[in-house]
Design a protein around this ligand. Structure first.
Ligand SMILES: *[C@@H]1O[C@H](CO)[C@@H](O)[C@H](O)[C@H]1NC(C)=O
Ligand SMILES: *[C@@H]1O[C@H](CO)[C@@H](O)[C@H](O)[C@H]1NC(C)=O
Ligand SMILES: *[C@@H]1O[C@H](CO)[C@@H](O)[C@H](O)[C@H]1NC(C)=O
Ligand SMILES: *[C@@H]1O[C@H](CO)[C@@H](O)[C@H](O)[C@H]1NC(C)=O
Length: 834
């Protein structure tokens, strides 16, 4: 507890220091220097200077990182390759960790050093353990036996948001874990570009763009870093302390290649904006890498040089290729072709970056994401182009990193799930613009309700008031009433004011009951949306806290990420990733935005369904959104759908009836589950209902409630079901997509929304079923599914028959990840329906 308190106070200090001296512009490569945080000499009370880099690795006790207290120090007397390996920290308990405070969102380099030394007292070579960080495995079933004489350095690149970050060490049964040294620091801005090309080979050969959000959601693990045509480049020479190995061991056709004469002058790094590449800077690769290359020997244009690098089979890899022309007599004369797996990729050394020619002696690089084939190697070749004036082909450097997706199996660093907190707010507050309609209908429904509603009870959620920066940090230690508020996500008001041009009205991109949403750019260049509560109103505070609590725990491609929050001076501000294309509603009606095609709409629905499914059943599980609607589904620059606005969501264990007994009904009228409204029992199926309304909205491009329409048409859910039953659904489809929809796809889609909109929650499918159905709708639309003749009948059960077997799979796997009886129940109701 004492350490924790201490850390919070430290955090306060560093936030201040960070504000004063650390303009984020520093991370742009021209002004970047490797930060001092964190270089840790694990298991030691002494600082040690690494001779190679001349850098100090700080004793644990002086380090700003924290670590599990129940661990041991271990020292080594024998000879080691570097003083870093003289000590180690040993973990014997599960969920042991090192903790770090991330003060800047960005891409971080993480290196772990292991050397399994032995001495008279113990022997590290019997260590067996797993290492993980949130969402990713770093090492699995690691066995230290093979690293007794030689150190193992594992290197990872991770995009990490502001907040606390833990590296978790989990010993395998009857064993222990250890680590000798940790390097963990932020990389220059744009070190990994936002727009990496994907190279596909074979029949789909071509280049497409890898979305930046997907890139950031993955972890890169360095597999190869090669100085082609030269000697090993050691840590001390590299500007980010990387090791580059010589390429000779990977060369397939030695007879075609020779090492170029090393270039002895300094490389001319491009001056100016290098944010988009392809121009290199000294952090991308050092002089030593560009000064040497492998070159083609003969000037026969049929030859090529090929390297073959061992990689994992059937896995996405990030490949960075370094080039620098130091031999041609003039620019543009010696161009040549790059091949990956013998498939032509592009022309090198001709036009780069549009039509600019690569200046001589100016280094540049190309990044590709390539999916490895089943050969177990990545094959890269360069070969001359017959049309070039000077026959040439060369390569200066290669880096290959494995891309890992986040994994649900990673333990949540020992934290337990959120405690269920009562939240209640009077319903009128959330109904927004529909007050008039609501009063009438609410009054009607009110009478139907059997139970009495308690007005407001909110004792668990006392507001956190922070008047001066950090003053609350010391209070909010372990055991405080807000264990789920993630302090590490704090952003100072000053930074937000800077980002939004002091809440300039021109930056407003949205408004809601809580206040305005501003577009902004943080000092590190990241585009964000800042949601600011009406200053001083205090209204919506529980929503803000719920949102921080929910969003700081979960990351998913289809859920909007929280970058941070601010609660200074009566301000409550939430900062999210900026969603370029706005809300789904903005693309459906009352809008000037271009309309979406049916395929786009389907993909958006599938994305949102995935996000909701993850909320319900994913890692943190059991979260009910409670306010699913088209204006809470946002689109990024690639129209990838992300569910947003978790202010009303409910988390925590369900009671025996698999539902939350709520003391206040919340949600948005028109999307509100009637069953929930009447019984006040909240289940995941309420989200399913609201999602059904969204499906109709997407199909018909009209609002969920339109009070100007005749009574039977005003409520979209009712009207949609009515039209479907009458067989006149086509009449209400958005005219702009009416011609695009395959009839089978439409039929399956309408079955799907109909099932979602069932009055009785248990008759509604789970989100996982909805997801399956929508993917099937998409396949039908693509015409990819061969349909049995009887299925073209309009019978509504035939398609689900076909899918029945397939559907068992996800449900079963879902069963193993959650102890949720409602899944069993849902399957029963499914088969009953069939
Ligand atoms: C450490 O243990 C390994 C086997 O687990 C053994 O081969 C090695 O000799 C031991 N080293 C020492 C110094 O005892
Ligand atoms: C140790 O190395 C050998 C030879 O490279 C390999 O076959 C073996 O699987 C490795 N053992 C472990 C535990 O990694
Ligand atoms: C270690 O990782 C493996 C592979 O992910 C997993 O099967 C195993 O359960 C983990 N062991 C522990 C003790 O967490
Ligand atoms: C490179 O040359 C080898 C033979 O030397 C050939 O098998 C391979 O297909 C060539 N690759 C390319 C990309 O031309």
């Amino acid at each position: 507890m004492a350490t924790l308190l201490c850390n919070k106070i430290q955090h306060f200090h560093f936030t201040l220091i960070f504000l004063i001296q650390l303009s984020l512009l520093q991370f742009i490569s021209s002004s970047y220097t490797i930060p001092n945080k964190y270089f840790i000499n694990c298991g030691s009370n002494n600082n040690v200077t690494e001779p190679e880099t001349n850098h100090v690795f700080v004793a644990e006790s002086y380090s700003e990182a924290s670590f599990s207290s129940r661990s041991k120090i271990y020292t080594n007397q024998s000879f080691v390759p570097s003083p870093l390996y003289k000590t180690a920290r040993i973990f014997t308990q599960t969920h042991s960790w090192y903790g770090f405070n991330i003060e800047t969102t960005g891409t971080y380099m993480l290196r772990l050093h292991f050397l399994a030394f032995a001495s008279s007292t113990s022997n590290l070579s019997s260590a067996k353990f797993n290492v993980s960080v949130p969402n990713f495995w770093l090492l699995r079933n690691f066995d230290a036996r093979n690293y007794t004489n030689m150190a193992l350095v594992k290197e990872f690149l991770l995009h990490i948001p502001i907040g606390n970050f833990k590296i978790t060490f989990t010993p395998l049964l009857q064993s222990f874990a250890f680590v000798n040294a940790i390097e963990f620091f932020i990389l220059p801005l744009h070190f990994i570009s936002d727009n990496v090309a994907i190279f596909s080979y074979g029949t789909n050969r071509g280049l497409t763009t890898y979305p930046s959000t997907t890139m950031q959601a993955q972890m890169l693990e360095t597999i190869h870093r090669i100085n082609v045509g030269g000697e090993n480049v050691t840590r001390g020479i590299d500007n980010l302390w990387r090791n580059w190995l010589s390429d000779d061991g990977y060369l397939l056709n030695r007879e075609n290649a020779k090492n170029s004469t090393p270039y002895n002058s300094s490389i001319k790094y491009h001056v100016g904006d290098d944010s988009k590449g392809p121009y290199s800077n000294k952090f991308i690769a050092p002089n030593a890498v560009y000064q040497t290359a492998k070159q083609i020997i003969s000037n026969s244009s049929n030859l090529n040089i090929t390297w073959s690098f061992p990689v994992d089979k059937d896995t996405d890899h990030f490949i960075r290729l370094h080039f620098c022309d130091i031999w041609s007599s003039n620019i543009g004369l010696a161009y040549f072709s790059l091949y990956i797996y013998d498939n032509y990729v592009i022309e090198i050394n001709k036009n780069i970056d549009g039509d600019v020619l690569a200046p001589l002696h100016s280094p540049y690089y190309y990044d590709y994401v390539v999916h490895s084939d089943n050969s177990g190697v990545m094959k890269i070749s360069v070969g001359p182009d017959k049309t070039a004036k000077e026959i040439s082909a060369f390569l200066n450097g290669v880096e290959i990193m494995k891309l890992s997706n986040s994994s649900d199996s990673v333990p949540l660093d020992g934290e337990h799930k959120h405690k269920y907190n009562h939240l209640a707010v009077v319903i009128g507050a959330v109904l927004g613009g529909f007050v008039l309609v609501c009063v009438v209908v609410v009054g009607f429904l009110w009478r139907l309700k059997t139970r009495k509603q308690k007005a407001v009870e909110n004792s668990d959620w006392l507001p956190i008031h922070v008047t001066a920066l950090g003053s609350s940090h010391c209070r909010l230690t372990e055991g405080s009433p807000h264990p789920n508020i993630n302090l590490g996500l704090k952003i100072s008001l000053i930074d937000i004011q800077f980002a939004t041009n002091n809440f300039d009205a021109k930056e407003i991109i949205g408004k809601g009951g809580f206040g305005n949403v501003y577009k902004g750019v943080l000092k590190n260049g990241m585009k964000v949306a800042a949601k600011r509560s009406e200053p001083g109103s205090g209204q919506g505070l529980p929503e803000f806290q719920t949102e921080i609590m929910v969003l700081s725990k979960i990351r998913h491609r289809h859920l909007v990420s929280l970058i941070g929050y601010c609660d200074e001076r009566n301000e409550m501000i939430l900062v999210y990733e900026y969603m370029e294309k706005g809300t789904v509603r903005d693309h459906l009606y009352n809008t000037n935005s271009p309309t979406l095609s049916w395929m786009q709409r389907l993909e958006i629905c599938i994305g949102a369904a995935r996000g909701l499914h993850y909320l319900h059943k994913g890692a943190s599980g059991g979260i009910i959104h409670r306010d699913v609607k088209s204006s809470n589904i946002l689109l990024d620059e690639n129209y990838v759908a992300k569910v947003a606005d978790f202010g009303l969501s409910k988390t925590g264990p369900l009671d025996d009836n698999q539902s939350y007994i709520s003391t206040g009904v919340k949600g948005t009228f028109g999307y509100l589950d009637p069953e929930y409204f009447m019984s006040q029992q909240l289940t995941e199926k309420s989200d399913v209902y609201s999602f059904g309304v969204v499906l109709l909205e997407v199909l018909c491009a009209r609002s969920a409630i339109d009070p100007l329409l005749p009574r039977d048409q005003a409520n979209l859910a009712e009207w949609g079901i009515l039209c479907k039953n009458k067989g006149i659904l086509e009449d209400i489809i958005d005219p702009s997509i009416n011609g695009q929809i395959n009839p089978n796809s439409l039929r399956k889609f309408s079955e799907t929304f109909e099932k979602c909109l069932q009055e009785d929650g248990c008759d509604r499918p789970t989100m996982s079923d909805v997801l399956w159905d929508l993917e099937y709708v998409l396949q039908l639309q693509r015409g990819a599914v061969h349909r049995e003749p009887h299925e073209d009948s309009s019978s509504s059960t035939s398609a689900s028959l076909l899918l029945h077997n397939a559907r068992l799979l996800p449900s079963l796997s879902a069963l193993s990840e959650v102890d949720d009886m409602s899944i069993v129940k849902a399957d029963e109701s499914d088969s009953a329906a069939d």
